[in-house]
Design a protein around this ligand. Sequence first.
Ligand SMILES: O=C(O)CCC(=O)C(=O)O
Ligand SMILES: [Fe+2]
Length: 324
Amino acid sequence: MSAVAGRADTPLDRIPDIDYGAHPLFGRGAGRPGPAARLAGYLRYAEIVAYVVGLRLWQLAARRPWTESGATPHLEELRRDGIVPLRLAPAARADVLGAAEPYFDRLAERRRAIERGRRRYADGQLDTTRAGAPALFAAVERALTDAGILASVRAYLGCRAVVRKVTMQINDEWDSFWREPFESRGLPLPETAFFHVDNTYDVVKVIVYASEVGATSGPFSYVPGTNRLRTGMLEGLWLRATDIWIDVRPEHGALLPTLPRALRRRAKFGDDIPPDAEWGRRLLAQERVLTSAAGDALLFDVGGIHRGGLVARGERRILQIMMR
Ligand SMILES: O=C(O)CCC(=O)C(=O)O
Ligand SMILES: [Fe+2]
């Protein structure tokens, strides 16, 4: 019997309940925390809920509504699918990648200092800010403005979105962040592994492929239309808070089945979908895999279901541009 509610003909419009009590990563077999560990876990969770609520309220208060007057060439597709594959103008692309090169060098050097099998997810990323990387931000903003991407994003979000963060990311076949939770417990890797929605609010990203990305080099993928998933305000809050909680304290995962039912959700749910779940099969059937042949840049709403960087062979380099 499937542990996930929903039938084949139900539209993909919600994130269904997952029976975390029956899940090998969290339920039986994950270990029973004692009373002290439980208390520490719940307190940590409460702290993270408060953080997410505070952040959301602050973002809503700081939000400046915006009516875009420029051309918005990507708006319709972004609204419909949540994902828009693009081709940057060759000069703009060369500009952006040229400005990013020193940061990729720095990241590659940092990765070389860490033994291959020991690199964690964060070891694949180097974040830059406007103050720290002005030339890179200028090149990125020029490219996004000239292509009408920034205007499309502002119209989509209804606020005067700006580039907040540019991240260099390198992944290779030695990375195990997506396999490790299963391999370390001798469990089979689910086909839906690493499917997630981001645990941020109102963010649109552009990924620029900095290397050729084929089917085995960890292409980005997206389930079109899932940017229109219906998530309630509280549900959205639990999804995010629980996700951050288990990311920072994986050992608290054993407490997930003990939470009230409404709170048993997390943004990175792809790892948790049982293999026989109809819902997971539908995600896989609708997944759109975007190799660099499909586009050298991808514009997407991070609130839709996506994954990427699951490299089977070789290395993949991307630039991740975060707008809010
Ligand atoms: O590395 C990837 O392709 C996935 C990136 C991702 O999940 C994101 O940018 O939110
Ligand atoms: Fe993501």
